[in-house]
Design a protein around this ligand. Structure first.
Ligand code: SF4
Length: 152
């Protein structure tokens, strides 16, 4: 039996501007970028994905993908392959400029984590605090991480 990926959710960075208690990849402000794939390495991975399925639904996420300076370049590359490209961002850093860049680089949607739909602001700030305030139940790391996870 062969399997074909139809959707790829790609954790491009472990860096994030938030520090959510429930984060499944332990993303955090100050996480190291040392283990991240370079732009060229990401391009090669995309070419591999395109060989498997040129119609892939590609979610570029993290961590916070907007912390990668090359995120729009990567989005455009994904569109050139024919992928449906969506940005998985917590939205905090989204401004009109980023929205314009998303549009001009072919990003077709934004996928938000469930944290953004938490109904009460007080609950949201408790589980997803701003940098500098560690939530209960998730101790701050003593040093930067170097690994980047990727899921398909
Ligand atoms: S916004 Fe998302 S990636 Fe960032 S810490 Fe929260 S759950 Fe993790």
């Amino acid at each position: 039996m062969t399997y074909k990926a139809y959707a790829v959710s790609w954790n491009l960075t472990q860096r994030c501007n938030l520090f959510c208690a429930h984060c499944y990849i332990s993303a955090a402000p100050g996480a190291s970028a040392a283990g991240e794939l370079s732009t060229d390495e990401c391009r090669r991975v995309m070419a591999d994905i395109a060989r498997v399925n040129p119609g892939t639904f590609l979610i570029l996420t993290g961590g916070e993908p907007l912390l990668r300076p090359d995120i729009f370049e990567l989005a455009a590359e994904g569109r050139e392959h024919g992928f449906t490209v969506v940005l998985g961002t917590n939205g905090v850093l989204l401004r009109p400029k980023q929205a314009r860049l998303m549009k001009t680089h072919g990003v077709q949607g934004r996928r938000s984590p469930s944290t953004r739909s938490t109904p009460r602001a007080t609950t949201r700030s408790a589980i997803c605090p701003a940098p500098g305030a560690a939530p209960s139940g998730r101790p701050r790391r003593s040093g930067p991480r170097t690994s980047t996870s990727r899921s398909t």
